[in-house]
Design a protein around this ligand. Structure first.
Ligand SMILES: [Fe+2]
Length: 329
């Protein structure tokens, strides 16, 4: 396998309107960035079905801080902190009726909710965990930092370390999460990551084709461009990259076979048996972790590489996922 960073020779980019071309891409991104930056500044959550909710973090944040301080006084904090830093590589096989023959055994390295500043030396830990691993494609499904505002130089520096560690054939594709800003798109692309902003890319393999559509975050920043991108994607085997599971029904209605997502951290702090206390989801709550199915579509919700709030995990795992796609016999 010829693995070389930034080389994505099997890709053909489409845009959410059916008129491929640089000017269209620039124009669409400008329209999107303008809308996104207004939403970011307004401190509102914009969700599908027209819902717009003022972000009320003060009380929730205060409760988390109090809980965190109390937890630090107990031996549980040390245990939870160690759990959070123990990143596992989960290997998951997925089976499809409609996977093109050329993609049998296709491997996707999925990392979500990296929150690279949440724990010490996250870039080194990630590189160690994927050392020697060769994959066809790498996808990142958002939330690269802990905060939701301010600069992101440290995050960018760490991504510059991580990107060369990823041995892939068809590129690194990524979407934004609710902790991210539209200002990340260009510098991330310069770092060797293909950002999908309500856009679709085709991947060809031996005469077969699949396509990957990446949407903007639907938890805070849902916009009609996301739905448009889903509707105007080509027929065939389609993968959706979305930060949160909440667009599961729209993706299935538009013929997607696979939906890769995160945001929930698998609950991060769960009761014994992995029962989540908080999932941070309004739609698709039951799809908060692992493999799931809706109509004809399969979904995978990663538990996240990093953490937020209190830097601990209980009854969940910090996870990097190696997905392998198969045709059903
Ligand atoms: Fe998130």
């Amino acid at each position: 396998m010829d693995n070389s960073v930034g080389k994505a020779q099997n890709l053909k980019k489409r845009y959410y309107v059916d008129k491929p071309g640089t000017e269209i891409k620039k124009q669409n991104r400008l329209i999107w960035a303008k809308a996104r930056s207004v939403m970011e500044a307004g401190n509102y959550k914009y969700r599908k079905y027209g819902e717009k909710v003022r972000i009320k973090w003060s009380l929730f944040g205060l409760l988390i801080r109090i809980f965190g301080v109390l937890l630090k006084l107990t031996p549980f904090f040390k245990k939870g902190f160690a759990n959070a830093q123990n990143i596992v590589l989960n290997k998951v096989d997925l089976y499809f009726d409609d996977l093109p023959a050329g993609f049998e055994g296709y491997t996707i390295l999925h990392m979500t909710d990296l929150h690279l500043d949440s724990l010490p030396e996250m870039d080194k830990k990630i590189c160690e965990k994927i050392d020697g691993l060769k994959v066809d494609l790498c996808v990142l499904t958002g939330d690269y930092r802990v905060g939701t505002r301010g600069g992101f130089k440290k995050i960018l520096d760490m991504l510059h370390q991580i990107v060369p560690c990823i041995q892939q054939r068809d590129g690194i594709m990524a979407v934004l999460g609710n902790h991210d800003t539209c200002a990340m798109v260009e510098p991330f692309e310069m770092a060797g990551i293909t950002m999908l902003v309500n856009e679709t890319i085709d991947i060809d393999r031996g005469g077969s084709r699949i396509s990957v559509t990446g949407l903007d975050d639907p938890y805070y920043y849902y916009g009609e461009q996301s739905l448009q991108a889903l509707k105007e994607s080509p027929e065939g085997f389609k993968i959706a990259l979305v930060h949160a599971p909440s667009l599961f029904d729209l993706a299935a209605d538009n013929g997607y076979s696979l939906y890769l997502t995160g945001h929930t951290h698998g609950g991060q702090i769960c009761l014994p048996g992995g029962i989540p206390v908080i999932r941070h989801l309004r739609y698709g709550k039951k799809y908060y972790r692992g493999v799931w199915h809706y109509a004809e579509m399969t979904g995978y919700t990663g538990q996240g590489v990093g953490v937020v709030g209190i830097p601990v995990r209980f009854n969940t795992q910090s996870e990097i996922t190696l997905l392998r796609l198969h045709r059903k016999k």
